[in-house]
Write a protein that binds this ligand. Structure first.
Ligand SMILES: *Cc1c(COP(=O)(O)O)cnc(C)c1O
Length: 441
């Protein structure tokens, strides 16, 4: 018996001991093995991005002293200032703001908008409805302190039914007041396709042709390191995201980032802290080590999450379910949607993901009426960092079409195990037929 055969036998045994049946194991393994070419492509992507990150760290002479933090005002925080320059170099922007004081992705986006817009200005979304939480930031749904309350208006141009940009509509919507354009790269919790950097490039150059002074901001949540280029490489003036998603690499315990032009970042810094103070204050406390190390790991971690998503897409596609993106498509974010068409499927999937977790693997999630949602929602997350969605996680609203949104996985091994657990659960609950392997392979 060769060494690899011996290991394979041991792997089969440990899967069995962790509740994966022979049938589920064989089915999943066949799909995994059929994806070798995709794995090579993802490995090449992470190799490129790993070198990009190391290169930026070396260029800025990241040293042990950078990993220490400051307290109080945080004047002359070497680690903070160097990290912001590292981000700027990775995104090829003039400057960046990377702070634990930015509490989440929504906060980072709100900061970018509120600091760069002034009363009388107009914001345009040329890609349809923005992420749910931004509706209150903009004032689409009324909220205290919204852009609307400050006299900043909003226009929206939806994508065409075939998913293309409505260039005519965009041209018409851009007027004298249009100061900023907000473009969400990821599909978020919608079923439209995620925008590749190629498509972002097309859209941004069109907007700039209509009016070169418009600031193009991209909501980059879930998109970082999924391609070799970032939106700022194709003309975005400002890119924004959360550190408990891709760029935090699973280690950042909190935080958000903005990378962009000197002017945009200066505006944001003056808003985050105070006019006059800007980037000069903001103690980094004890988080810098995790920010640096998480960024260092982010290309590999994002690649692992992509592998888990591609595996899930292919497995559930083969079983006959609707999956977005499909098994073959190229990837521009880490989110995978699977439509089950019934609540039981969504619940079983989430329970399977939870059962694969290292933290809270013993609990079972149930749907509940979450504030802000119009139907019960079920969420699976056994995370080291609360709410972190670069870690293996899944959630779904209990309403038609009964789709589950799945993302993350710090290691592909965990992602693979999680997806196997979901299939096991769906079979045990009778949602997938017992002879599924014979029907579909
Ligand atoms: C997660 C996300 C946000 C908001 O981030 P939070 O950290 O949840 O506030 C905004 N836009 C997109 C596309 C996201 O995926």
């Amino acid at each position: 018996m060769s060494e690899i055969e011996r290991k394979t036998e041991q792997i089969e045994q440990i899967y069995a001991s962790m509740g994966i049946s022979r049938q589920v194991y064989d089915y999943a393994q066949d799909i995994w093995n059929s994806l070798k070419e995709r794995w090579e492509e993802i490995d090449a992507l992470s190799e490129y991005n790993q070198l990009k990150v190391i290169g930026a760290m070396q260029k800025n002479k990241v040293s042990e002293a950078c990993l220490l933090g400051t307290t109080g005002y945080g004047y002359n925080d070497l680690g903070r200032e160097t990290l912001e320059q590292v981000y700027a170099d990775i995104f090829h922007t003039q400057d960046a703001l990377v702070r634990p004081q930015i509490t989440c992705g929504t906060h980072a986006l709100a900061l970018a908008l509120m600091s760069n817009l002034r009363p009388g200005d107009e914001l345009l979304s040329p890609v349809g409805k923005p992420y749910d939480t931004l509706e209150e930031v903009i004032g689409i749904r009324p909220s205290k302190g919204s852009l609307k309350e400050y006299g900043i208006s909003y226009k929206q141009v939806d994508l065409l039914p075939d998913g293309n940009f409505d260039f005519e509509g965009i041209k018409k919507a851009i007027n004298q007041k249009t100061k900023m354009v907000t473009i969400q790269r990821s599909k978020g919790y919608q079923t439209r396709p995620t925008l590749s950097t190629d498509r972002l490039s097309q859209l941004i150059s069109f907007v700039k042709k209509c009016n070169p002074n418009v600031i193009c901001m991209v909501d980059n949540c879930y998109g970082e390191f999924t391609e070799t280029r970032e939106p700022s490489d194709v003309g975005a003036d400002l890119v924004v995201g959360s550190l408990i998603k891709n760029p935090g690499g699973g280690l950042a315990p909190v935080g958000g980032y903005l990378a962009g032009t000197k002017e945009c970042i200066e505006n944001a810094a003056y808003r985050l802290t105070s006019p006059g103070l800007g980037k000069e204050v903001g103690a980094s406390l004890q988080v810098l080590g995790a920010f640096y190390q998480g960024l260092f790991l982010a290309p590999a971690v994002t690649a692992n999450a992509l592998k888990a998503a591609i595996f899930a897409a292919n497995l559930y596609e083969k079983l006959g379910f609707d999956v977005v993106p499909n098994g073959k498509e190229s990837r521009h974010d880490i989110i995978q949607a699977v439509t089950f068409g019934n609540p039981e499927g969504v619940i079983a999937f989430c329970q399977g993901i939870q059962q694969a977790a290292g933290v809270d693997g013993h609990v079972s999630p149930e749907p509940w009426d979450m504030p802000g949602y119009d139907s019960p929602v079920i969420m699976a997350a056994g995370a080291f960092v609360s709410g972190s969605s670069i870690e293996l996680s899944a959630d779904g609203p209990i309403k038609p079409p009964y789709a589950v949104y799945f993302q993350g996985g710090l290691t592909w091994q965990h992602g693979k195990f999680g997806i196997m657990k979901t299939l096991q659960k769906l079979v045990e609950k009778g949602i997938i037929m017992k002879d599924f392997d014979k029907r579909n392979l």
